[in-house]
Ligand binder design. Structure first.
Ligand code: LMG
Ligand code: NDP
Ligand code: PMR
Length: 399
């Protein structure tokens, strides 16, 4: 029996452009070399300047149709100033790391209700409590991205809750760097790409409709990317490198039976599968932008929040790695960022009025100012994005 009903508790290194010569070192600090970073977008940390409407249980009294639902912006007497209702944001994988830190940062503004879409209800409940998120600011709903049935069930449950959807954050991920053999999702896709890409692909495709219905002034869909999927960076050149090849493995269903478990059709490598999945995430965001931004006005973005070396993402890595990785990133690459800081960064992409440009891959420089970063050649290949989209549609049963 699904947990869902019961769980409705309100409760760097970057380069300007991938050049023909490959990697440039000019954008970070490594082994004592000082390297500058391009800052293209000025960042203002000012939050939404609208007054908050006191929360009636979000969406609970939402009427049958969108037209009659309480409008996002209403005039409040007597000055006639505009006020904004609480935003409603779904964050996948909000039970730890970046997702939890983002939920906390958003909850603390008092302007957001967070739907924590998590596979482990109890873990999420404990995490929200220990992060000090006030009960009225979040709802936990069950979502296991490694099962397409679960994704569909989540969407049904979310709709039944009648909460609006103003922002979707696709954040959850698994990383299996020490696995010798592939493991699989419920539908038989290799687990990293199946969870990080295909699960989110179905979720995002289905929830696009709900985002479109929202009357919130700035609707956004965010998919977390990473530097390690971008081969125009040093981090992206640490073996094994991301490479989707000609997509023959994806086309074959990543089942490891008649086809490879890897997107490019090669031998299984858990670290590569993760990096490939991040390339898919970044390609998907751009394809959404190309297909739907103009028509819907939704902002589609991706980001690299910095190296959050202490999160659960590295739980499967060997203990020596987990010990050395944080100091390595802190003192040598200087790419380290705390969970709290990374959460604030993602929270900006969710709500900052200055980050409304669509189709952008955000990064932050050493002083935590955001800028529009360049993706690698493969991660910005429009033809590949279209093909990944088309094949993924078939794999998740949308086409
Ligand atoms: C793989 O190994 C694993 O096999 C795989 O299972 C998975 O875990 C995967 O990405 C995850 O990693 C990666 C491995 C191989 O790299 C290592 O981690 C080995 C460490 C090598 C130590 C190098 C000395 C650094 C000094 C650090 C001091 C101590 C702190 C240690 C902390 C360790 C935690 C990270 O990597 C390699 O094959 C060698 C790596 C070589 C660097 C790759 C950079 C490529 C850049 C190419 C672009 C050219 C630009 C020139 C850059 C020059 C920089 C000086
Ligand atoms: P964590 O492991 O701390 O968080 C990952 C979250 O994903 C957890 O809440 C986890 O749930 C959830 N999750 C995993 N599998 C599933 C599933 N099948 N269904 C639903 N939820 C699932 O890692 P991070 O916070 O570091 O990672 C968050 C995002 O940030 C990822 O997209 C990652 O790729 C990205 N990122 C991380 C970087 C870093 O340095 N850490 C750098 C760049 C990007 P549970 O708690 O139950 O395990
Ligand atoms: Mg990397 C500027 C240099 C830089 C940055 C920002 C990262 C981020 N890494 C950098 C450099 C290096 N790393 C170098 C020079 C090495 C070789 C010693 C190195 C190694 C390394 C390993 C083995 N790095 C790693 C691993 C992992 O297992 C992590 C990974 O690839 O996960 C997929 C990782 C990461 N390095 C990063 C970041 C952000 C990660 C982790 C997570 C991610 O992309 O989501």
């Amino acid at each position: 029996m699904a947990l869902q009903a019961a769980s409705l508790v309100p409760a760097s290194f970057s380069v300007p452009k991938e050049g023909k010569s490959g990697v440039s070192l000019k954008d970070s600090t490594l082994f004592g070399l000082s390297l500058s970073e391009p800052v293209k977008a000025d960042f203002s940390s000012s939050a939404l300047r609208c007054k908050r409407e006191s929360l009636r249980k979000i969406g609970a009294v939402r009427a049958e149709t969108v037209a009659t639902a309480s409008p996002a912006v209403t005039k409040s007497a007597p000055e006639g100033k505009k006020t904004l209702r609480k935003g409603s944001v779904v964050i996948t994988g909000a039970s730890s790391g970046l997702g939890l830190a983002t939920a906390k940062a958003l909850a603390e503004t008092g302007k957001w209700h967070i739907i924590m879409a998590c596979r482990d209800y109890l873990k999420a409940a404990r995490a929200a409590k220990s992060a000090g998120i006030a009960k009225e600011n979040y709802t936990i709903m069950h979502l296991d991205l490694a099962s397409l049935d679960s994704v569909r069930q989540f969407v049904d449950n979310f709709r039944r809750s009648e909460m609006p959807l103003d922002v979707l954050v696709c954040n959850a991920a698994v990383y299996l760097p020490t696995a010798k053999e592939p493991t699989y999702t419920a539908e038989g896709f290799e687990l990293s790409v199946g969870t990080n890409h295909l699960g989110h692909f179905l979720l995002a495709r289905l929830l696009l409709e709900d985002l479109q219905k929202s009357d919130y002034p700035s609707k956004r869909m965010i998919i977390v990317g990473s530097i390690t999927g971008n081969t125009n960076t040093l981090a992206g050149n640490v073996p094994p490198k991301a490479n989707l090849g000609d997509l023959r493995g994806l086309q074959g269903g990543l089942s490891g039976l008649n086809s490879s478990a890897m997107i490019d059709g090669g031998d299984f490598d858990g670290a590569k599968a993760y990096k490939d999945s991040k390339v898919c995430n970044m390609l998907t965001m751009q394809e959404f932008h190309r297909r739907y931004h103009e028509e819907t006005g939704i902002t589609f973005s991706s980001l690299y929040p910095g190296c959050i070396a202490t999160t659960g993402l590295f739980r499967e890595h060997i203990p020596l790695f987990r010990t050395l990785f944080p100091p390595f990133q802190k003192y040598i690459t200087k790419g380290y960022v705390s969970e709290e800081e990374a959460g604030k960064r993602l929270a900006q992409v969710v709500s900052d009025p200055s980050l409304t440009k669509s189709g952008v891959y955000w990064s932050w420089n050493k002083t935590s100012a955001s800028f529009e970063n360049q993706l690698s050649q493969e991660a910005s290949d429009a033809e590949k994005a279209r093909r990944v989209w088309d094949i993924s549609e078939k794999l998740v049963g949308l086409a």
